[in-house]
Design a protein around this ligand. Structure first.
Ligand SMILES: NC(=O)c1ccc[n+]([C@@H]2O[C@H](COP(=O)([O-])OP(=O)(O)OC[C@H]3O[C@@H](n4cnc5c(N)ncnc54)[C@H](OP(=O)(O)O)[C@@H]3O)[C@@H](O)[C@H]2O)c1
Length: 307
């Protein structure tokens, strides 16, 4: 099969497009012909070696995908060959930048016909992350006020629509070129973080969801009211130190399961949440796609259209 892989850690130029052996479905797994796979912020961090260094090369990146089942491993009885499915690789597993992937059957979900493979791949990890962060971790309620940092990114865009659907008041941060886009997602207030200090213009929030990291993380605690909750997904694998004793610092635990993917489908089909702006690339242009992702100013999602 064709795949995008790397033989060592490094810049985007370490990525190669070429032939790799086909994977095989083990017990409890399905083999999927991948139609689309998305680029996530984690991909270039893994590529650079910012997480634990990889021990085995060549290594195929890619955490979410959509495709069609082409073989079943032993013991799979709730899915069949020909089913269109999408999902997020299990924790510790990657390899979606490829024409085929073997995946635990219990963590993929059926893709409905009214969501394309490109859109399902675009939505998979961002929706899982936003749902676990906003609903399960922050437990946002109607009438609450939330600041969502980095509104134009994939996870934050889904989170804005989800928070509005819950009935919250949503403030977000973005550069001016993205303000119309964020108004379209339903944000109540948008702050240009380049010209305004959000800590001077936002206060008394019930919650913060930070998808940007950097110095934004520690500064975000200042806008919370006593009892407030802040969740962080771009500042490491544990909750950041909290400078106040009257608010909570939380690190969402984004596991993989079919239920959250099905919840996303429900929300999209109900019109509560929409597919983000998607830019498609062929897998052979993996280097260019990574350069855009690591620039940290992509709006929406990058997706490899593989079939
Ligand atoms: N399971 C997990 O824990 C998990 C899952 C998914 C993602 N993540 C992490 O979450 C983060 C977000 O990922 P993503 O894919 O949704 O988005 P992303 O592609 O990393 O974010 C890009 C967006 O961030 C905005 N941005 C950059 N710096 C900003 C700042 N200082 N203030 C406000 N906005 C800023 C940019 O908008 P402007 O052009 O307007 O600046 C751009 O649209 C990444 O670090 C990723 O690794 C974690």
């Amino acid at each position: 099969m064709k795949a995008a892989f790397m033989r060592k850690h490094g810049g985007a130029e370490v990525l190669e497009y070429g032939d790799m052996p086909d994977p095989v479905a083990g017990p409890g797994e399905v083999l999927i012909d991948v139609h689309a796979a998305s680029v996530n912020g984690a991909d270039w961090k893994v590529r650079e070696g910012s997480y634990a260094p990889l021990e085995t090369f060549p290594y195929i990146l890619g955490r979410d995908f959509s495709g069609v089942i082409c073989a079943l491993g032993d013991g799979v009885d709730d899915l069949k060959i020909g089913d269109a499915v999408f999902g997020v690789c299990d924790v510790g597993q990657e390899a979606a930048y490829a024409e085929k992937i073997a995946m635990k059957a219990s963590i993929v979900a059926k893709k409905p016909d009214d969501i394309s493979h490109v859109d399902a791949a675009a939505l998979a990890l961002i929706s899982l992350t936003a749902l676990v962060s906003i609903e399960d971790t922050i437990k946002l309620k109607a009438g609450e006020k939330i600041l969502i940092q980095g509104g134009a990114g994939g996870v934050a865009g889904f989170a804005i629509e989800l928070a509005k659907h819950i009935g919250a008041y949503v403030i977000t941060t973005a550069s001016p070129a993205n303000h119309d886009y964020l108004r379209g997602l339903g944000a109540d207030e948008i702050i240009d973080y380049r010209s305004q200090d959000f800590t001077k213009v936002v206060s008394d929030c019930d919650a913060v969801f930070d998808t940007t990291g950097g110095d934004t993380t520690q500064r975000s605690f200042a806008v919370l009211k006593p009892g407030g909750r802040a969740a962080f997904i771009a500042s490491g694998s544990t909750a950041p130190d909290c400078p106040r004793d009257d608010v909570q610092s939380l690190r969402p635990r984004v596991g993989r399961d079919r239920e959250h993917l099905e919840r996303m489908v429900e929300l999209v089909q109900a019109g509560a949440v929409h597919v983000p702006e998607v830019t498609c690339y062929p897998l052979s242009e993996v280097v260019a796609a990574h350069k855009i992702s690591e620039s940290r100013h992509l709006r929406g999602k990058l997706v490899f259209k593989i079939r």
